[in-house]
Unconditional design. Structure first.
Length: 292
C-alpha cells in the first residue's frame, strides 16, 4: 500500500513525515528535526550528533529513546531507507533535549503548524485523495475552482468558495478590480484549454483574476493539476520547482509567462494517479505560501 507522506518546511528545510494508519498519527524524521534545529546541512554531522545525543539520553534513562521508532522514508536519491522517527509527543521531547536557542522557536512552529488555518486546510487537501470529491469537480472552470476553495477552507474562512467583492493587492500588484472580476472570470471560462500552452495561459489569467480574498494560490494549483490531468494526462511535480523560482515566475507571468511556462513544463510528470506525488505536491504548494 502506498505511504501517505508529508513534508513540512522549517527555515526552508524539509521535515519528512509518514502517516501511521494503524495508530492514526504522523511519524517525523529525527534526522530532519535535528538538522532543522541545529541549522545543519551536513548529513554526516547531523547523524553523528543524533548518535551522540541518543547515547547520552539512553544513559540518563530518558523515555525518548524507547519511543523512537524506525520506518522507511524516501531520501534525496529516490530510494527508501530505514530511519529513526518520532511521533508528535516525541518530537516535542526531542526538541527540549537539544541545547540550542533555536529549539524553542522550532517547538513553537511545530505546535502551531497543525492548529493554524494553513495546517488545517492542508489536512483537508490531503483528504481530497481519498474523498472522491475530485471526481465531481468541474474541470477548468471558475465553478470548479470555487468547489476546491470551498473544500480547502470551509469552516476556516467565512468566505470559502465565494468570489470576492473588494479589490485586493499583493506586493504592489493589484489583481483584477472587483467591479470587473465577474466578467473577467466569464472570459477565463471561455478560454481554450486543450493543450499545455493553452492551459498555462488560462492559469496565468486565473492568477491575475485572484477571485478569492485568501487561499488563491493553494486552490488554483490544484485546479491547474486537475486541468492538466484531464486534458493532457500530466500533472506538475511541484517538488521539482524551487519556491523562489516559482514566486518570481508568478510575479513576471502577468506580462511575460515564459519563465512560468518553462518551470511548469520541466516539472510535468505522468504520475497522475500516484498518491505520493499528490501529497508531496500539496506540501510544496502550501510551502510556497509560507513567509520566509
Amino acid at each position: 500500500m502506498p505511504q501517505k507522506i508529508s513534508i513540512r518546511f522549517y527555515d526552508n528545510r524539509e521535515v519528512r513525515a509518514v502517516w501511521d494508519d494503524e495508530h492514526s498519527k504522523w511519524w517525523f524524521s529525527v534526522l530532519d528535526i535535528v538538522a532543522a534545529i541545529n541549522g545543519q546541512d551536513d548529513y554526516t554531522r547531523t547523524r553523528n550528533y543524533w548518535k551522540y545525543l541518543k547515547t547520552k539520553l539512553r544513559k540518563q534513562g530518558s523515555e525518548l529513546v524507547s519511543v523512537t521508532n524506525q520506518l522507511k522514508l524516501r531520501a534525496a536519491d529516490g530510494k527508501r531507507y530505514m530511519t529513526d522517527v518520532l511521533d508528535y509527543d516525541g518530537v516535542m521531547l526531542l526538541a527540549k533535549n537539544i541545547p540550542n536557542t533555536n529549539a524553542a522557536r522550532f517547538v513553537h512552529w511545530f505546535a502551531a503548524d497543525s492548529d493554524s488555518i494553513d495546517g488545517k486546510s492542508r489536512e483537508k487537501a490531503y483528504a481530497l485523495w481519498a474523498s472522491g470529491m475530485m471526481e465531481n469537480i468541474e474541470i477548468g472552470t471558475t465553478r470548479g475552482l470555487q468547489q476546491i476553495h470551498a473544500y480547502l477552507f470551509g469552516g476556516l474562512y467565512d468566505f470559502a468558495g465565494q468570489i470576492r467583492n473588494v479589490t485586493i493587492s499583493k506586493g504592489g500588484f493589484t489583481f483584477c478590480r472587483a467591479r470587473y472580476l465577474h466578467q473577467a472570470l466569464r472570459d477565463i471560462d471561455r478560454m481554450p484549454d486543450d493543450s499545455f500552452d493553452e492551459i498555462v495561459a488560462k492559469y496565468v489569467e486565473m492568477n491575475v483574476a485572484h477571485p478569492f480574498m485568501e487561499g488563491n494560490g493553494r486552490s488554483t494549483r490544484l485546479w491547474l493539476d486537475l486541468l492538466l490531468k484531464s486534458r493532457i494526462g500530466r500533472c506538475v511535480d511541484w517538488s521539482q520547482i524551487a519556491k523562489h523560482d516559482y514566486l518570481n515566475a508568478m510575479v513576471l507571468s502577468a506580462t511575460d509567462p515564459a519563465m512560468l511556462h518553462s518551470l511548469l513544463q520541466g516539472a510535468l510528470t505522468d504520475k497522475i494517479d500516484d498518491r505520493e506525488t499528490f501529497m508531496k505536491g500539496i506540501d510544496y504548494s502550501y510551502y510556497y505560501e509560507q513567509n520566509d
